[in-house]
Design a protein. Structure first.
Length: 450
């Protein structure tokens, strides 16, 4: 069985406990037409069959990680209340749980004093980070690498902020030489440092950028939406480890609990080192903030209504799996890194493929060994389709010549991009399944190349 159902019975027990909170109220039994519900929900189940098997280890494609059962149960339980974490009046318990859960994440980064909250996802978290940058440095440019998530250039357009993309080195990380040349020209307000790029999982050279910050005085926003939780892994290579050891020195951090934090979509988080930036959120809502003198989360968030269920699920996950080094949570993330290294090793030992970037986190990219970039891309697409017929689902990425030209000097670059296989090994189970995964992938390759 692929779908975990053992925990469903716990939901009824939790609902019975929750029901006791309202036992002093007059009896009220909301009408439910079970027959009609049954028909619709079974139709939903039929429609949902049209999906890739995201929970299964044979899905090694996009950034899709199953939520932990405790998160799924806590989220569902909270829906019977359906709290809104904008004002305390709409989500008293869930607002308190959000503050505690966000403090857990901040503590993971080494911050005791901070301002932060949950949001709909990494896009919204990054938007708030860039918006605060604009408030503090109006008119100045935002800079990110050419491999940073496209959301940064798009959000800068929406916010009216000048944006500049800096090229990458042969490790798909921001080129600090090119960044230095840009900083010399002035008018840079913020540099976005990507902690785990979407395409390759590369980690930008934060230490060098911190040195540049001392000289040129810009803000640093860390887009750790994907890679933030790897801070807890103690088996990273030395260069990557050094970045995480200095991550507490940045000005703001975006992280997505709905990626490696084991949460359902959508659950993002934005953190600011300096709580004083809260002044930019200041507004008045006399019809909302009337039940408490305590901080309402809507007072420090650009979003208004937000699902309190997200906070409840995250809080429950932290209770079961604390965010500390040496924990079960950290160990499982370490298995994801080990799975990526194992896949990289298998690719390197198969002469039918070429690799370039040693994985820093849990993302591996490689392509077919051919004479030209176009031929490799075509073969990659064919193998991708064949693997899917065998139940093995990968992802692809079209990556620029500039990243791989040093790694693959003999390749005929008859086009400026090359199609690569891209696998996000987000499940700890991938480590135990890797040999079987590779056996299936190799068989698909053999079938295509006959």
């Amino acid at each position: 069985m692929t779908l975990e159902v053992q925990t469903v019975g716990l939901l009824q027990q939790a609902l019975d406990t929750l029901e006791t909170a309202f036992r002093d109220l007059p009896e009220f039994n909301p009408p439910v037409d079970l027959d009609s519900l049954r028909g619709v929900i079974l139709e939903v189940a039929e429609r949902m069959k049209d999906n890739y098997p995201y929970p299964h280890p044979f899905y090694i494609g996009q950034m899709l990680k199953p939520p932990h059962p405790v998160a799924r149960l806590a989220y569902t339980l909270a829906l019977w209340i359906n709290p809104n974490n904008h004002a305390l009046d709409g989500g008293r318990a869930s607002s308190a749980m959000e503050k505690e859960a966000v403090a857990d994440i901040a503590k993971m980064f080494g911050w005791k004093r901070f301002l932060g909250h949950l949001c709909g996802g990494g896009t919204m978290a990054n938007m708030e980070g860039l918006w605060i940058s604009r408030c503090l440095n109006p008119g100045k440019r935002i800079v990110a690498s050419s491999q940073a998530h496209y959301t940064h250039s798009r959000l800068c357009g929406a916010l009216g902020i000048p944006f500049h993309a800096v090229g990458c080195d042969s490790r798909a990380r921001m080129d600090t030489g090119e960044l230095t040349d840009l900083l010399k020209k002035g008018n840079v307000g913020t540099v976005v440092v990507t902690i785990g790029t979407t395409a390759t999982g590369s980690v930008d050279p934060l230490l060098e950028i911190l040195e540049l910050q001392e000289k040129y005085g810009f803000r640093i926003h860390a887009d750790a939406a994907y890679g933030g939780y790897f801070l807890l892994v103690d088996t990273l290579d030395s260069d990557t480890r050094a970045v995480y050891d200095h991550l507490s020195e940045v000005d703001s951090i975006a992280i997505d609990p709905h990626k490696h934090g084991l949460q359902p979509y959508g659950c993002g988080c934005i953190l600011f080192k300096d709580p004083a930036v809260g002044k930019f959120y200041k507004h008045d809502s006399p019809y909302t903030y009337f039940t408490s003198d305590e901080l309402h989360l809507g007072e420090i968030s650009l979003e208004c209504s937000r699902a309190g269920a997200s906070a409840v699920a995250l809080w429950a996950t932290h209770r079961l799996l604390p965010l500390v080094t040496g924990s079960r949570f950290a160990s499982d993330l370490g298995k994801c890194v080990s799975a990526a290294r194992r896949l990289f090793e298998l690719v390197n030992h198969d002469s039918r493929f070429i690799t370039g970037l040693t994985p820093e986190l849990d993302i591996v990219v490689w392509t077919a060994r051919e004479q030209s970039a176009s031929a490799a891309s075509r073969l990659c697409n064919e193998i991708f389709e064949e693997a899917a017929t065998r139940g093995l689902h990968l992802a692809k990425a079209n990556l620029p010549r500039s990243i791989f030209s040093d790694h693959w000097p003999d390749l005929d670059w008859d086009q400026e991009q090359i199609t690569c296989f891209r696998s996000c090994l987000m499940k700890p189970e991938h480590l135990d399944w890797m040999d079987r995964i590779w056996e299936t992938f190799a068989a698909a390759t053999t079938a295509v190349k006959k």
